[in-house]
Design a protein around this ligand. Structure first.
Ligand SMILES: NC(=O)c1ccc[n+]([C@@H]2O[C@H](COP(=O)([O-])OP(=O)(O)OC[C@H]3O[C@@H](n4cnc5c(N)ncnc54)[C@H](O)[C@@H]3O)[C@@H](O)[C@H]2O)c1
Ligand SMILES: O=c1ccn([C@@H]2O[C@H](COP(=O)(O)OP(=O)(O)O[C@H]3O[C@H](CO)[C@@H](O)[C@H](O)[C@H]3O)[C@@H](O)[C@H]2O)c(=O)[nH]1
Length: 449
């Protein structure tokens, strides 16, 4: 099938590449010329495991094309996807300007009956707005062309995006006609061979499904962070609690890791946007508000532990902190809404210095922070330790899981580790005569004090 995808970011590029990989003829169109030129020369703009060879192979096989030429791209697709950003507006609701700009572009160039599929995460009712924008442009041209707007939300997660796309848990199709459903079923047939993964529903339910999924996952995380904070107060270890509840299949093991708060380009903005949608429809979504505020507080918790250890903020002046992990999660170079950003700012505000290392996000950190006093971006985890007083672990990259604690004791002048992802057991750290602070490790905090 001939497919056009507007937006060559995480979602558009991964989706386009996976669709090309199963034999579809894909054109990816973006307004970012540098990105498109780069892709045409084999430069992949994001770090995503497994993506680069797939892009190169499908591009070379002439099944995956990159262009800034929207007119040609619209003419190409039997199906046209919209996969552009929906960042938060000033009040937290989803800003639809990119989505609606694409809709108008499609309306200006549409030549024949087509299914337009929205893959961006958008509030309920957006398909109607997309339909209206396209219809307006068609009317301005005096063109009478049948088209339909469907919803097909994306559930991939960064760091595992290719795998999620090639082996989806489910494929949600929200559509108002059998024609659109049939077309999308044919498109996704190669991903649906092992068992039925396609869930067909109306457009509004599909739009809400995306937010419900993210809000549920964010709720699990904030819930566990709340339990972690209670554990810390009452002298319990949340890691024991986690193991004590995860085996209940009604709760499950996934997304119950406490930590330094959730980040990324999705959870923070989507929880907020769903809350705003509810508000616009006259409903106060209290739980979502709490999920957000717990997360906001959690992002400051590592710094609270640091302050607790040093007694007060003034004691942090001129201290040097080695920071392991800057990305919002492992296996990505994405730092959007990353917990590291809050921590680094708090450390700088207190007059401390940072020596940071991330396996992939170094260049992104350079872009985000630029050259600034108090930040040294290092080439390795060990290099970050040089001259450091303490270590803070912010992102749970695999390579941070089994450090040589003796070496850490020798390197860290103040002999203390702040573990924002509970990678270590307090006993193993304390056995090396290092003080240990984790998230919700009440037992260890008590023993350090
Ligand atoms: N990142 C994820 O993990 C993820 C997962 C599921 C859903 N989503 C949702 O998918 C959408 C896209 O997210 P993303 O992370 O891929 O965004 P992104 O910011 O990585 O990429 C968006 C791309 O769209 C391009 N663009 C903007 N206007 C355009 C236009 N008029 N024509 C063509 N291209 C245009 C931008 O230049 C950019 O390259 C968002 O709604 C997001 O919430 C993201
Ligand atoms: O038990 C957990 C699991 C995750 N996190 C944090 O939660 C954030 C988000 O993690 P994850 O969901 O793995 O990454 P994303 O790439 O943001 O993916 C989410 O957001 C995407 C965009 O909407 C969806 O498509 C995915 O299904 C959804 O998992 C990260 O900061 C993690 O550190 C925790 O703190 N504890």
């Amino acid at each position: 099938m001939r497919v056009t995808i507007f937006g060559t970011g995480y979602v558009g590029l991964v989706t386009g590449t996976c669709l090309a990989d199963v034999g579809h003829d894909v054109v990816c169109v973006d307004i970012d010329r540098a990105k498109v030129d780069g892709l045409n020369q084999g430069v992949i703009p994001i770090y995503e495991p497994g993506l680069e060879p797939m892009v190169k192979a499908n591009h070379a096989a002439d099944r995956l094309h990159f262009t800034t030429d929207a007119a040609t791209a619209v003419g190409h697709g039997d199906v046209i996807f919209i996969a552009v950003g929906t960042p938060p507006d000033e009040d937290g609701s989803a800003d639809l300007k990119y989505v609606l700009a694409v809709a108008r572009t499609i309306g200006r160039h549409l030549g024949g009956p087509t299914v337009i599929v929205n893959k961006s995460t958008v509030p309920v009712g957006t398909a109607d707005k997309v339909r209206a924008a396209i219809a307006e442009e068609l009317a301005a041209r005096g063109a009478d062309i049948a088209f339909e707007v469907a919803s097909n939300p994306e559930f991939l997660k960064e760091g595992d995006a290719v795998n999620d796309c090639m082996r989806p848990d489910r494929i949600v199709i929200g559509a108002g006609s059998a024609v659109a459903v049939d077309k999308l079923k044919r498109l996704y047939a190669p991903f649906n061979r092992n068992h039925e993964r396609i869930v067909v529903m109306d457009v509004r339910s599909a739009e809400l499904t995306k937010y419900a999924a993210n809000a549920m996952l964010a709720t699990k995380i904030s819930f566990m962070n709340e339990i972690a904070n209670i554990a810390e107060k009452v002298g319990a270890d949340v890691e024991m609690v986690r193991q004590g509840i995860g085996s209940d299949p009604r709760i499950g093991w996934h997304f119950i890791y406490p930590g330094a708060g959730y980040g990324g380009s999705c959870f923070p903005k989507d929880v907020q946007a769903l809350e705003r949608t509810a508000h616009q429809f006259g409903y106060r979504a209290e739980l979502l508000g709490a999920v957000e505020s717990v997360n906001d507080r959690q992002k400051g918790h590592l710094f609270e532990l640091i302050e607790r250890h040093y007694g007060n903020q003034a004691a942090l002046r001129d201290k040097t902190f080695a920071v392991w992990g800057l990305a919002f999660k492992p296996n990505t170079d994405d730092m959007r809404e990353a917990s590291s950003r809050r921590l680094l700012q708090q450390l700088w505000d207190a007059g401390a210095k940072v020596r940071a290392y991330d396996p992939e996000a170094g260049h992104e950190a350079q872009r985000v922070f630029g050259e600034r006093d108090g930040l040294e971006l290092c080439d390795s985890a060990n290099a970050a330790l040089v001259g450091a007083d303490a270590l803070v672990v912010v992102t749970e990259w695999k390579q941070f899981r089994s450090p040589d604690f003796e070496r850490l004791r020798a390197a860290l002048a103040d002999r203390v580790i702040f573990d924002g992802r509970n990678l270590y057991h307090p006993d193993e750290v304390e056995a090396a005569e290092l003080a240990y602070y984790g998230i919700g490790r009440g037992r260890s905090v008590a023993s350090v004090e």
